[in-house]
Design a protein around this ligand. Structure first.
Ligand code: BYC
Length: 336
């Protein structure tokens, strides 16, 4: 569900370039202030001057992140009506609802950069903006609900905890609350899987099969290898990203291997082993051709996810219209 949209157009507070009549010294000063703020590790706020490319990079990343939260409701939402108990249904409902909330915080953060939520939604449903590749894989069994919580939310935490220190204030503050909820989600996924692993042989096999399907797509969530990542160097220099894609992928593998052992599942990578010298696990390479296919729209569920989102957006038009009409009437009543 998308909340009522705000009017299109940048807010007056967003400044990305000095007016043409501002002299070159002032422009240099603004750029120097921006660089110094980032170098000190302080936050850039919506009313601060920022380079246009910094703003565009943030809109790209924050919008993609918001879309991921919203599209990410679909794979798990698929199981709400078929949860095995009332307790599991209540947990899953709460989790999916949290993801909607994360999307809304992030759309709000993005709006401070001068884009409206309506514009962002249109870019999502027309395929002009991306969302995380992971949500283009189907959820085939109830164990997938646990695996998404454990691996997908686990990967999200690895990626998002450093983003609490990102250089753009509204994004970092949104991340603090998101991370608290994500860590809760990760634990519920682990608890669900550990319950199944203490169940029947059939349940254990279901968990293993689910982990086999989600392991490699979870590693792809961190993005392409650093050597093939066009955005990482600049985003690190601006403090938007605090770690590279490969650094975070390594951290995730190191964190997950002992958890897999405690659960009693095998991670489907014959190259996975502890490297004493590096003090990290070595692991195999995801299928980057598959990643590119999924990112370009050719994954198993891309078309279904977007069609569903587009239909939900169209079906919700009367709700948005009613909310705007109600807000307008309330304003008139206050004035009268
Ligand atoms: N999927 O230069 P790179 C959740 C794109 S939701 C799709 O490394 P960057 C949850 C990338 O956009 C968690 N596309 O990019 C929700 C770029 O293309 P463009 C979502 C990907 O931005 C519900 C190109 O590949 N988390 O946890 O420096 C239920 C080159 O990449 C992916 C976030 O969004 C991908 N996996 O780094 C449960 C985290 N990876 O835009 C759970 C915030 C890369 O140039 N985002 N691309 O055409 C980030 O941290 C960074 O944007 C990324 C990519 C690490 C993902």
């Amino acid at each position: 569900m998308t909340a009522p949209t705000t009017p299109a157009g940048p807010p007056a507070s967003v400044t990305t370039a000095p007016a043409p009549d501002v002299d070159a010294d002032l422009a240099d000063g603004l750029a120097a202030d921006f660089e110094a703020t980032v170098a000190r590790g302080d936050r850039i706020e919506p009313r601060d001057w920022m380079p246009e490319k910094y703003r565009a990079t943030l809109v790209r990343q924050v919008a993609q992140h918001a879309h991921s939260e919203i599209i990410g409701m679909q794979p798990e939402g698929n199981w709400i009506t078929r949860a095995p108990s009332l307790r599991r249904k209540a947990i899953l409902l709460a989790k999916v609802q949290d993801e909607a909330g994360h999307g809304l915080y992030l759309y709000s953060a993005c709006e401070t950069l001068g884009v409206s939520r309506q514009e962002l939604t249109e870019k999502l449903v027309s395929g002009k903006q991306k969302y995380s590749s992971i949500f283009n894989y189907p959820t085939l069994s109830y164990a997938d609900v646990g695996t998404i919580g454990w691996l997908v939310d686990g990967a999200a935490i690895c990626n998002q905890v450093p983003l609490c220190r990102t250089s753009y204030g509204p994004y970092g503050r949104a991340m603090i609350r998101v991370c608290k909820e994500e860590s809760f989600h990760q634990r519920q996924g682990y608890e669900l899987l550990s319950t199944m692993m203490r169940g029947t042989d059939e349940q254990r096999a279901m968990v293993q099969e689910s982990v086999d399907r989600f392991w490699w797509p979870a590693l792809m969530m961190f993005g392409p290898p650093d050597a093939d990542s066009p955005n990482t160097a600049q985003s690190m220099a601006w403090g938007i990203k605090r770690d590279t894609n490969d650094e975070l992928r390594q951290k995730f593998v190191d964190m997950t291997v002992p958890q897999a052992a405690a659960l009693g599942v095998t991670l489907p990578d014959p190259e996975l082993r502890w490297d004493e010298e590096r003090g990290h696990h070595d692991f195999g390479s995801p299928d980057w051709d598959e990643f590119m296919t999924v990112v370009k729209g050719g994954g198993p569920c891309n078309a279904q996810r977007i069609a569903h989102r587009r239909a939900a957006h169209e079906d919700g038009e009367w709700v948005r219209d009613a909310a705007l009409a109600f807000a307008a009437r309330s304003r008139e009543q206050v004035r009268a």
